[in-house]
Every structure is written in structure tokens, then in C-alpha cells.
Write a protein that binds this ligand. Structure first.
Ligand code: CFM
Ligand code: HCA
Length: 534
């Protein structure tokens, strides 16, 4: 039984008129005979609806800053906010110098009522002093939670005084949770300050090795970044910095020396990719290391960019040997997965990225969407230039880097760039819509009511999403896999990741647990007698 406009309308009809009008704009059924299908995205969630979204603080501290291992990240706010972003994302990090790896710590000012009434600046300075005394980090970040903006603590002034006192960089991020409509605004805030104050401040003029690249929008969830780095290093690339998975302050300072920026998660880091292009003339290439074919295509595009015979040969050799190693194992799991169907709803890029991997396993994605992506992530960046869709970032000053005379150096000549653009998608992003089959559903900011209703109609075999809906889905008898934290597993990126993912979801399908659960629709009417089996 598939989905059609009439069935979709039946679901929407259950909403009050105003809500229905709003939600209709966030859902469409893919049609390739229609040139453009617009979706409303990056707008405020209707109050009262159970959304999976997070806040600006989550996007800034939790997502972009948190994975940088050698900075101490201080959360200025009530302890719950600190706790929320404490390791649950599974962004892994290891360090040659264990004394400079603070990834496992949760450091917060633990604001109390008296701080709200009398102000929390003194307490914040004291925490910075303590952090310096105990950890001696090279740099510190301060992230604001909602009450900080409400009571007007001047974090910037505290940071400035602390820099003078301790002689290390103390960066202040005004990422109060209520800024913007989701974590997306927090990404933008973090991107701006990293660009303005960190990137380019390293003392290197040139990268120390050939084929230097940055890997942007890779957060090393479950070790994804390590698997990608393994492959890149084997081919012969020099990874200057990863932003920000297993990231290092020192490396990010020298990110301007890379010759090419790879963008894995476009949503969270497109701002830095663009600013690096403006300021240092470094082009960016959208890659997708999720899925075997995505990985191969990304590697081949990179080789085309550097246009070096030896590198190209090595790329093909690595691809061939990796495939020979993994394909026999992958094909075993494919037998279990083939013919199944999936819903794939994740934050701002995985809802799209994992569809390749599903399809390689013979699984069709019936419904997909993002929690907080912008229109360009759905409709494609050629159609929608990204900054213009950034409605909720109106109040975030967009950093427009002027060419810095000292550093500015075009990484490729304008003529060469044109030539390359004809071959590889430099500076482009094809939205989710282009990879989905006709008749599949695309939903922005899917809520819990819709989750249940779509499950009842389409009965997918697997639903990949996050912790907030995982157990509801599981109790409905559906194999559920977290694609934020990968539950307790990973990596899922690269060649080894594809096999690990195949293994994990095959285990889910094969589990005898399902025999003990009766899905609700087996003994309840679906949509009050309005839906019939086809
Ligand atoms: Fe990018 Fe991410 Fe995602 Fe994201 Fe996130 Fe995440 Fe995500 Mo959770 S940066 S947009 S803000 S790929 S934390 S590692 S899993 S929602 S799809
Ligand atoms: C966040 C982080 C999150 C949450 C995951 C989830 C992550 O949004 O603050 O809801 O399961 O990936 O850890 O997206």
C-alpha cells in the first residue's frame, strides 16, 4: 500500500485547520515530472507539537564546538544544559597527549537562582580560573544558555578579561537556546566565530605535505571520521584539519593551508566552507562518505580535482582492494535486507546521506526528511542559494571576509576552476529530492503524531531516526536504528562503515524479539475506517 495525495490528506485532516495549513507546506510527495517542488523549512515549529528538534545552544556547543578535543568548553547555564550535551552524541576523540583531551568532561557554571537574580559573571570568571588551574588548556570556549541572554550577563567582557589574565584565547558564543528555530542557528554562530578568530591564525603559510585537504562537517560519530581519514591517508592525502570530529584547535588554526575543502555535512558547516573560499580562495567539494558508491564517487571527484596521475592510480587501487575485501561480507547482509523498506528521518543531512547505503542493501526509502535543514538541503543548492534561505539567521551577522592581503592566495586559477567545475560538482549541493523515487514522501520537521500515522499507512521495515522517537517506533513493532548516535555502534562511514551498518540492521531484522510484539494495527482500526487495503 503506497501513499498518495488522498491518503496524505486523510492524515492532515485530523489536524485543526490552522495546523493543517502550516504542516501541508512541510510535506510533499516526490514527483519528477514537476520541475520544482517547494518545501517550507527552517521555520518555527508549532507550539505544542512534539518535534525532534534541539536548540541553538545544542547546535553551537553540542555539535560544532564540543568535538574539538583540546579546548575546554564551558557551558554558562543551569546544569541540565551541560548534561544534555555531555557525550550523548558519541563524537569520539583520542589524543597523543592525553592531558590535552577534554572530550569526556562536562564543565558548567551550574547556575543557581541567586546567579539568575544577581548575575552570573563572577561565577563564570571563577570557573575559567579553575579550568586554567586544573587543565591548562590552549584555549577555552564559553557557550551561553537561555538564561544568560535573559539576565544580560556580558560573556564577551568576561572572556576578554580572562584572555588578558591567562594569556590564552577565550571565545564567547552567544548561542542562547532560544535564538533561531532549531540547532541550525547555533551552527551559524559557531561557524562565524571559528572563522573570525581561529581559522588562519596558525603560523603555517603552506601545508607541509602534498594534497592537503580539510574535512568539514565530519564529527566522528561512532568513529566515522577515523574511517574516512584511514582511506584518505592510504591514498596519500594530507588531512590538515577535521571540523570538528576528533578536532584540534591547533589544526583548525592552520585550516587555511588546505588546497581543497571536503564538505560532508553541508547543513552545519556550509558557512565556513564559503568563508574559506572567499577569504583564502579554497574551493569546496560536497562529498558523501556514507555508502560504498558515495565513498567511491567522492574519492574519484577528489582525484579529478588534484589532477595527478599517481594520486589517481592510487585512488583506483585503494577502491579495488577495499571492494574486494568488503563486498563478499556486504553481499551476505544484503540477502537479509533486500526488498525491505525504510523511513529515514534525521537532523540536517543524514536523512539524505543514508539513502544511498539503504539502496545498496536493496532497501527502498519510502519517507525521509530533516529536523532543521533549510530549503537548499531539500531542493538543491543550484535552485536555492543557501544564505538566502537562512531565514532564522537574520539576526546573526553573516561574516563577510575581506581578502586578507597577507594570506590570500587562489588555490586554483579562475580558468582551471571553470574547467574543474565542468567535471566535478565544486561548490554545489544536490538536495535530497533528487535522489528519491517518485511517490516517496519528504517531510520537514516530522512530528510524533505524523510519525505514528505514516507508520500505520506505510508500515516500513526499519525506521532510522533519534532517541526521542526510537522507543515509540520499536513498540510499534518496527526495527528502529538511531542514526544520530548509531545506538552503541559505528563507524557507518566509508567502506568498513558500510559493512558495520549492514551487519547492525541485519541483526535488527533477524532478531526474534519481533515475534513477541503485536503491532497496534493488528488489533486496532487504522484511520477510523477511512483507509482501505489496496
Ligand atoms: Fe550535520 Fe551531524 Fe546532521 Fe547536524 Fe545534529 Fe549529528 Fe544529525 Mo544529530 S552536524 S546536520 S546538528 S550530520 S547532531 S553529527 S546526527 S542532528 S543529521
Ligand atoms: C542534538 C544532538 C543530537 C540529538 C540526537 C537525538 C545528536 O540535536 O542536540 O535526538 O537522538 O545527534 O546527538 O542530534
Amino acid at each position: 500500500m503506497g501513499m498518495n495525495e488522498a491518503k496524505l490528506q486523510e492524515i492532515l485532516d485530523q489536524y485543526p485547520a490552522k495546523v493543517q495549513k502550516n504542516r501541508k507546506k512541510h510535506i510533499f510527495i516526490k514527483r519528477s515530472d514537476v520541475e520544482s517542488q517547494q518545501i517550507e523549512a527552517n521555520t518555527r515549529t508549532i507550539p505544542g507539537i512534539i518535534t525532534n528538534r534541539g536548540c541553538a545552544y545544542a547546535g553551537c556547543k553540542g555539535v560544532v564546538l564540543g568535538p574539538i578535543k583540546d579546548m575546554v568548553h564551558i557551558v554558562h547555564g543551569p546544569i541540565g544544559c551541560g548534561y544534555y550535551a555531555w557525550n550523548t552524541r558519541r563524537n569520539k576523540a583520542k589524543s597523543d597527549d592525553p592531558k590535552q583531551n577534554f572530550i569526556n568532561y562536562c564543565i558548567s557554571t551550574d547556575m543557581q537562582e541567586s546567579d539568575i537574580v544577581f548575575g552570573g559573571e563572577k561565577k563564570l570568571s571563577k570557573v575559567i580560573d579553575e579550568v586554567m588551574e586544573i587543565f591548562h588548556p590552549k584555549a577555552i570556549t564559553l557557550s551561553a544558555t537561555c538564561p544568560v541572554g535573559l539576565i544580560g550577563d556580558d560573556m564577551g567582557a568576561v572572556a576578554k578579561a580572562a584572555e588578558a589574565k591567562h594569556g590564552v584565547q577565550v571565545l564567547s558564543f552567544s548561542c542562547e537556546g532560544y535564538k533561531g528555530v532549531s540547532q541550525s542557528a547555533g551552527h551559524h554562530i559557531a561557524n562565524n566565530i571559528l572563522m573570525e578568530k581561529v581559522i588562519g591564525t596558525g603560523d603555517q603559510e603552506e601545508a607541509p605535505a602534498k594534497f592537503p585537504i580539510n574535512l568539514l562537517g565530519e564529527y566522528n560519530i561512532g568513529g566515522d571520521g577515523w574511517e574516512v581519514e584511514r582511506i584518505l591517508k592510504e591514498i596519500g592525502y594530507h588531512v590538515v584539519s577535521v571540523m570538528t570530529g576528533d578536532g584540534s584547535y591547533e589544526a583548525i588554526k592552520n585550516a587555511h593551508t588546505a588546497e581543497l575543502n571536503l564538505v560532508q555535512c553541508h547543513r552545519s558547516i556550509n558557512y565556513i566552507a564559503e568563508m574559506l573560499e572567499t577569504k583564502y580562495g579554497t574551493p569546496w567539494l560536497k562529498v558523501n562518505f556514507i555508502g560504498i558508491q558515495g565513498t567511491i564517487e567522492s574519492l574519484r571527484n577528489m582525484a579529478l580535482y588534484f589532477d595527478d596521475k599517481e594520486l589517481t592510480l592510487k585512488t583506483e587501487a585503494v577502491i579495488a582492494s577495499e571492494l574486494a575485501r568488503i563486498e563478499p561480507i556486504f553481499d551476505q547482509y544484503k540477502k537479509i535486507c533486500e526488498g525491505k523498506t525504510a523511513f529515514c528521518f534525521v537532523g540536517g543531512s543524514r536523512g539524505h546521506h543514508f539513502q544511498n547505503l539503504f539502496s545498496e542493501l536493496g532497501i527502498e526509502t519510502l519517507l525521509a526528511g530533516y529536523e532543521f535543514a533549510h530549503r537548499d538541503d531539500y531542493e538543491g543548492r543550484e535552485v536555492i542559494p543557501t544564505i538566502k534561505t537562512d531565514a532564522d539567521s537574520k539576526n546573526i551577522p553573516h561574516y563577510t571576509a575581506e581578502a586578507d592581503e597577507k594570506r590570500f592566495r587562489l588555490k586554483v586559477s579562475p580558468e582551471k576552476l571553470e574547467e574543474l567545475k565542468a567535471k566535478i560538482p565544486l561548490g554545489e549541493y544536490k538536495g535530497m529530492r533528487f535522489d528519491m523515487k517518485d511517490g516517496s514522501i519528504i517531510v520537514d520537521d516530522l512530528n510524533h503524531f505524523e510519525t505514528e500515522e505514516f507508520i500505520k499507512v506505510l508500515k516500513p521495515d526499519i525506521f532510522t531516526s533519534g532517541i526521542k522517537d526510537k522507543y515509540v517506533i520499536q513498540k510499534m513493532g518496527i526495527n528502529s536504528k538511531q542514526l544520530h548516535s548509531y545506538d552503541y555502534s559505528g563507524p557507518y562511514a566509508g567502506f568498513n562503515g558500510a559493512v558495520k551498518f549492514a551487519e547492525d540492521i541485519s541483526m535488527g531484522f533477524a532478531s526474534p524479539t519481533w515475534n513477541f510484539i503485536t503491532p497496534p494495527w493488528k488489533n486496532q482500526p487504522l484511520l477510523e475506517g477511512t483507509v482501505t487495503e489496496e
